[in-house]
Every structure is written in structure tokens, then in C-alpha cells.
Design a binder for this molecule. Structure first.
Ligand SMILES: NC(=O)c1ccc[n+]([C@@H]2O[C@H](COP(=O)([O-])OP(=O)(O)OC[C@H]3O[C@@H](n4cnc5c(N)ncnc54)[C@H](OP(=O)(O)O)[C@@H]3O)[C@@H](O)[C@H]2O)c1
Length: 265
């Protein structure tokens, strides 16, 4: 584990999957982390894994769709670490997987509340601290924003909104670096949910591609995009602000090499 750099990072959806990996990798890069999600047991297990490597982690159980819970997440960072250098809006849901003709409107609203309004509220609450630290917001987006995905309209619309939120916020806040990041197709509970419930509403081609990737062991282990996202949260150059970036772009991999070299020094 690296010496403590003193930086503090808030990661939502850190109870499992990609968010847990981002938090661990950020701690390995020397950051102190606030882990947030609804399930306290998952958060505590991940905090223990970070502490076992000599890192510092605080957990806040809460729902990003609730403003009061968002407030507690941000306050925890400031109370425990005295500052905030990065917010990673990673917590998210895929459901409802359903065609527009049949979809439950309340489920759509819930998707937007978690995937869009949560990141919006957290961004607003974090801005004063991120301006002060010249910090970064990473919004976890998706490749599904780039083409039509039958059955995924709620999810892909929410991620398209996140891309535009990132672009607009970057233009409004010159002191903060704001990125929307595509993490690739990652082996997490979300992919399991898609395999379990997605077939009826998805195009057979899309469903078969994801199932095939799983069966052939081609889904990404969370630590690969997790490391790239942690590096961007802590070290992305200001010139990238406003962009939609894929975790495996060459410039991102250069940044990862740089970060991990520094770690070894
Ligand atoms: N897996 C992929 O292939 C893939 C591809 C592109 C983008 N992404 C994005 O990557 C991010 C992480 O997803 P994942 O694949 O790691 O899925 P996951 O394993 O299902 O994890 C989702 C995380 O979000 C948290 N979460 C869900 N609803 C929440 C809420 N209302 N408030 C607070 N936390 C909440 C969950 O924790 P609790 O249930 O404990 O709250 C969990 O920690 C998501 O934004 C997802 O859209 C994933």
C-alpha cells in the first residue's frame, strides 16, 4: 500500500462489483475513501479489505436517490478526512429491462432517480469541496449510450443524461474535472441480472452477445476498469474535462502506467 497522499475520494455503489474495485484501487493509490451504497454488510466487508492493506475507509449506508443520504455521504468525507478530492458516481441500476410499450413508468422514474438525480445531487453537494481541491467527478456511463438497445431504454437514457450532465457541468465548473466513463462489459451482479431477466425484452443479438461473453469468460474483471477509473479520479488531466471516455483508451492506459509506476517508487 502506498503512503497516504491525504486525498479523499467518495465512491458510490461501493458495496460490490465495479464500485468496490474502484474504492480498493483508489486506496492502493494512496487515497482515503468513503464507501457508499445501501447494503452496509457489503460496504463493511470492502472497508475491511482496504484496511487489511493499510488503507483508510469509512462506510455510509444510504440510497443515492435520497437527498438526505447523499448529504450524509459527503459530510462523512469532510468529517473524517477534512476534504474531498474526487466523487465517483458509480452506484446504479439496470432495471427496468422492458420495452417502452410495456414498461412500468414508476420503474423508469426510479431508474432516473438512482442513475441521474443521485449523481446530480451528489455533484451539487460536493462542488464546494471539489472546487477547493481542484478535484474530479467521474460519472460511470455505458457503451449503451452509443446505439439503440431494445429493452434498455430507461438505462441507456439515464446514461445518456449522465454524459450530457458531465459535459454541461464541465463547462460550468472550470476548477473541477468532470468525466463520463465507459467501463466496458464487467463481470458483476448487474450482468447477472441482465442474463436472468433481460431475454424477453432485449434483441436476441444483444442478449446472445452478453451471454456468450459470460460463457467464454470474456467479461472484464472489475479490477481492470476499476484501476483505470481510480487513476482518472485522482489524476485525470484537466483537458479531458467534459469528455466521454472509454476505460481502455490508450491515453487512459498511459495514465494507469504512470500512476502505478509512481506507486512503486
Ligand atoms: N457491469 C457492466 O457491464 C457495466 C457496464 C457499463 C456500465 N456499468 C455501470 O457501472 C456501475 C456499477 O455497476 P456494477 O456492474 O458494479 O453493478 P452491481 O454489481 O449491481 O453494483 C451496483 C452498485 O450500485 C449500488 N446501488 C444500486 N442502487 C443504489 C442506490 N439507490 N443507492 C446507492 N447505491 C446503489 C449497489 O449497492 P446496494 O445494492 O448495496 O445499494 C452496488 O454497490 C453502474 O453505474 C453501471 O451502470 C456497468
Amino acid at each position: 500500500m502506498n503512503a497516504n497522499t491525504g486525498r479523499a475520494v467518495l465512491v458510490t455503489g461501493a458495496s460490490r462489483g465495479l464500485g468496490a474495485a474502484i474504492a480498493l484501487e483508489a486506496a492502493r493509490l494512496g487515497a482515503r475513501v468513503v464507501l457508499a451504497a445501501r447494503s452496509e454488510a457489503g460496504l463493511k466487508a470492502q472497508a475491511q479489505a482496504i484496511q487489511a492493506e493499510g488503507g483508510q475507509a469509512v462506510v455510509v449506508a444510504g440510497d443515492v436517490a435520497q437527498e438526505e443520504d447523499c448529504r450524509r455521504m459527503v459530510e462523512a468525507a469532510v468529517e473524517h478526512f477534512g476534504r474531498l478530492d474526487a466523487l465517483v458516481n458509480n452506484g446504479g441500476i439496470i432495471e427496468p429491462i422492458s420495452k417502452v410499450a410495456e414498461v412500468d413508468i414508476a420503474a423508469w422514474q426510479r431508474n432516473l432517480a438512482v442513475n441521474v438525480l443521485g449523481p446530480l445531487m451528489l455533484s451539487q453537494l460536493c462542488l464546494p469541496y471539489l472546487r477547493a481541491s481542484r478535484g474530479c467527478i467521474v460519472n460511470i456511463s455505458s457503451g449503451s449510450t452509443t446505439r439503440a438497445m431494445p429493452g434498455w431504454t430507461a438505462y441507456s437514457s439515464s446514461k445518456a443524461a449522465i454524459n450530457q450532465l458531465s459535459r454541461s457541468l464541465a463547462a460550468e465548473e472550470p476548477q473541477v474535472t468532470v468525466l463520463a466513463v465507459r467501463p466496458g462489459i464487467v463481470d458483476t451482479a448487474m450482468q447477472e441480472e441482465i442474463r436472468k431477466t433481460g431475454r424477453p425484452a432485449m434483441a436476441e443479438e444483444d442478449y446472445g452477445r452478453l451471454l456468450g461473453m459470460y460463457q467464454q469468460g470474456k467479461l472484464l474483471p472489475p479490477e481492470l476498469p476499476g484501476r483505470a477509473i481510480a487513476c482518472m479520479a485522482l489524476h485525470a488531466p484537466r483537458e479531458w474535462s467534459g469528455e466521454f471516455i472509454s476505460w481502455d483508451e490508450e491515453r487512459v492506459q498511459d495514465l494507469v502506467r504512470q500512476c502505478t509506476q509512481d506507486q512503486q517508487v
